[in-house]
Design a protein around this ligand. Structure first.
Ligand SMILES: Nc1nc2c(ncn2[C@@H]2O[C@H](COP(=O)(O)OP(=O)(O)OP(=O)(O)O)[C@@H](O)[C@H]2O)c(=O)[nH]1
Ligand SMILES: [Mg+2]
Length: 241
């Protein structure tokens, strides 16, 4: 007897979402499929990484919630790094790539349809459209999502996670995986920090609880606060420091 939903059936507690109580897929099969998808992704990611190295491209994967300011930051960053280019993932529209092209840079859009993250195979296809002449830094703006993109290596050299002051200080505790894998965490929209009573100390303490070694920088794409430190971090990272 199922006590939790009172349906009268005898079954383990992993119902399908529907109300017809079709037999559930055994949990072990779900794990196998996921593991296999990630193993395939890893092969593509390793190939991408080799290709990036051969081309002398330093690749940064930018991850965050929707609207944390990834594109706004790149709009300010790309013109400061003349040998940089970007690709950007969204479910639909070319809007972010158009914004980035308006800042004078080469920018490619990847539309994922219903998929909540970029994977290494999508990036490999987009690389066929990338003109690498004179490019030594490539930014990949991932689909806005604090969960799914964390599991997919794209072949990048470094991961940068943005946390905007408007999201709340607890996000590193609630979504630890993405922060644990970050080389750098950018606290964005610092110009709004006072207005939303952002508690920086608490945010950093929560981040440190899950990611003790990630670098942390404060930035604002509106005021330019922190831009020099951000650019210096990128340049030293691209130089292999
Ligand atoms: N005040 C302020 N607003 C910002 C800043 N950065 C971005 N915004 C605003 O935040 C909103 C979202 O910015 P985007 O750059 O589109 O965010 P995103 O992370 O690229 O969003 P997705 O691609 O949808 O995940 C826009 O209205 C920006 O103008 C900032 O530093 N300060
Ligand atoms: Mg964007």
């Amino acid at each position: 007897m199922c006590d939790s939903c009172g349906c009268g059936h005898s079954h383990p507690h992993f119902h399908s979402a529907g109300s017809d109580h079709t037999p559930p897929v055994p949990a072990t099969r779900t794990v196998e499929v996921r593991t296999s998808a990630l193993a395939v992704n890893q092969r593509y990611a390793d190939e991408n990484r080799g290709w990036f190295r051969a081309k002398g491209l330093h690749v940064f994967n930018l991850l965050s919630s929707p609207g944390s300011g990834k594109t706004a930051l790149l709009e300010k960053t790309l013109p400061r790094l003349p040998h940089s280019a970007a690709m950007v993932g969204d479910l639909q529209t070319q809007r972010d790539a158009e914004r980035l092209r308006n800042s004078g840079a080469q920018a490619l859009q990847i539309t994922t349809g219903a998929t909540c993250h970029l994977d290494a195979h999508m990036v490999a296809h987009a690389l066929e459209r990338l003109n690498t002449d004179g490019v030594n830094i490539l930014f990949i703006e991932n689909v806005g999502n604090l969960v799914c993109p964390a599991s997919y290596d794209l072949g990048e050299a470094k991961r940068i996670v943005l946390l905007s002051v408007t999201e709340g200080e607890d996000k590193p505790l609630k979504y630890p995986v993405i922060f644990q894998k970050a080389d750098l965490v950018l606290l964005t929209k610092m110009d709004l920090a006072a207005a939303v009573e952002f508690n920086r100390e608490a945010a950093v303490a929560h981040l440190r609880a899950v990611a003790p070694n990630a670098a942390v920088l404060d930035v604002s794409s509106k005021t330019g606060e922190g831009m020099e430190a951000w650019l210096a971090w990128l340049e030293s990272s691209a130089a292999g420091a």
